[in-house]
Design a protein around this ligand. Sequence first.
Ligand SMILES: [Zn+2]
Length: 174
Amino acid sequence: MSHHEPEFHYCPVCGGELNTVTLKQTEPPRLVCSRCRFVFYLDPKVVACAVVEVGGRIALLKRGIEPQKGRWVMPGGYVDRGEEVTAAAIRETREECGLDIRIQDLVGVYSYPGNTQVVVVYSAQSLAGNLVAGDETTDTGLFLPEEIPWDQLAFQSTIEALRDYYKKRSKPEP
Ligand SMILES: [Zn+2]
């Protein structure tokens, strides 16, 4: 998920010009206001996703928007500021494909150097609702493990999360 980050030129507090300044040698350069000294920290963005099981199959959505338009992904989206991460996964799943889910376990947390997103993936059971394509989706599908379109998945995190999900699931219950 590599949306382009906009470049920031002006201080959101006072409108002064931002300069790139090294504040600490061990940290990346920061955007600092030349007028009020406000430090504009650019933080990672958190994405919450769910591997939703419906009768032994996994729900995947075909993306109708860039990036990775036409490729398959699990339901998910950005966590709002102040929102619980699991609540975001539940909300995004309902919005994107119409399923009400119950979160089960953490599948994994996926992040990559130079990528501003941190992707948190949960496993979930579908409680109610019918699988439908939301605004950003052109198609939906339910896939058995052997039907997963591995070479048509959208993101590295999608591939790794599904791999981890099946790895955990194949282990015997403790
Ligand atoms: Zn300022």
